[in-house]
Design a protein around this ligand. Structure first.
Ligand code: GLA
Length: 384
């Protein structure tokens, strides 16, 4: 879809300064944000009732108790602007403030979506030229999280303007009177990890859109290792939302997806229908031992330490001085893997060794550990 922009507007936009002060350190997203987002499953079919039911399900399924907090409305909620230029939701969302109150009453937080361009990716109203006004509106509604999606902004700005364009909303959010998690969605353009924190971002997309299949998920996930140095408390790499439970992968593959996102200290945004979640999906999304790795307060992103014959070993340093280790089998056949302690930087056997999917302690042998890993599967461990 193309979004024609009057030349005069483009000229004003280009005049925006690209030098910016670093925004104050965020009070939000000290650990990777956890929640749910409507897009991967519901796409444009999200409405007020769905969001309320999802909030209820977040609590009744045990997801909230496992740490999930944000209920995020993605694209297609937007209506036109009123005479004063205020953004108004469309008929699917009759009263955004009442919806936020409801979500808050469940002990959860509400997120919303917009674009630095005049139109969102779905062709709905964006925030271009209304950044301050929209940030105030979101705060008045009680919004706690904003995903800000580049979309039509490319019609106005060049890629060199990415930081300045995102800074405008970052500044507006910083002054809106409410802590709002700021999530940049720019598909990894512009080496965003270099400037994201400076424009107030708490997370930024590092890739194009994920799809619910092994190829898409694994290509995205296993490409993230080099970005590890850029993540930390308050500012996270975002390899896109979870597809766990959406039907395009096996349970083994979804365990790999979830384990990898945990190792990456990635935001954990469930993208399935929480209202109709099979026990197997729920067990994956609420694996507290895996979540503890993701939410570790040290906020270190894991990285690959070795890769051979389709077997990848990743490690993630943890606050308690221990480490999480995930051994991934990217091949099409079951493999027996022998892990040597030296391969993960240890000079001797760990004191404790825990299997994070079997939920049991293992006896660490002198040289290392060995186990069978199914095709596309993972063996996820915690060592101390
Ligand atoms: C882009 C984003 C997606 C989703 C859609 C909505 O493709 O990357 O995550 O927000 O827009 O239109």
């Amino acid at each position: 879809m193309r979004f024609p922009v009057p030349l005069s507007l483009a000229a004003i936009a280009l005049a925006v300064t690209v030098s910016f002060p670093t925004l104050a350190k965020s009070q939000v997203a000290a650990t990777p944000p956890m929640g749910w987002n409507s897009w991967n499953y519901f796409s444009e079919k999200v409405d007020d009732a769905t969001v309320r039911e999802t909030a209820d399900a977040m609590v009744s399924t045990g997801m909230a108790a496992a740490g999930y907090v944000y209920i995020n409305i993605d694209d297609t909620w937007e209506g036109a602007r009123d005479d004063a230029g205020n953004i108004v939701p469309n008929t699917k969302f009759p009263d955004m403030k009442a919806l936020a109150d409801y979500v808050h009453s469940r002990g959860l937080k509400l997120g919303i979506y917009s674009s630095p361009g005049p139109r969102t990716c779905g062709g709905y109203e964006g925030s271009y030229g209304h950044e301050e006004q929209d940030a105030k509106t979101f705060a008045a509604w009680g919004i706690d999280y904003l995903k800000y999606d580049w979309c039509s902004a490319g019609r106005i700005y060049t890629n060199a303007d990415l930081p300045a364009a995102y800074q405008r909303m970052g500044q507006a959010l910083a002054h809106c009177g409410r802590p709002i998690v700021y999530s940049l969605c720019e598909y990894g353009m512009g080496d965003v990890w270099n400037w994201g924190p400076k424009v107030g971002a708490n997370l930024w997309r590092t890739t194009g859109d994920i799809q619910d299949n092994w190829k898409s998920m694994s290509e995205i996930g296993f490409k993230q290792s080099r970005l590890a140095p850029y993540a930390g408390p308050g500012h996270w790499n975002d390899p896109d939302m979870l597809e766990v439970g959406n039907g395009g992968m096996t349970a083994t593959e979804y365990r790999t997806h979830f384990s990898l996102w945990c190792m990456l200290a990635a935001p954990l945004m469930a993208g399935n229908d929480l209202r109709a979640m099979p026990a197997e999906t729920r067990a994956i999304l609420t694996n507290r031992e895996a979540i503890a790795v993701n939410q570790d307060p040290a906020g270190r992103q894991g990285a690959r330490v070795s890769s051979r014959d389709g077997i990848e070993i990743w490690t993630k340093p943890l606050q308690d001085g221990g480490q999480a280790v995930a051994i991934f089998n990217r091949t099409e056949v079951e493999k027996t893997v022998a892990l040597k302690w030296a391969e993960i930087g240890r000079t001797s056997r760990p004191g404790t060794l825990r299997d994070l999917w079997e939920h049991r302690d293992l006896e660490p042998a002198a040289e290392g550990a060995s186990g069978k890993i199914p095709a596309h599967g993972v063996w996820m461990l915690r060592l101390k």
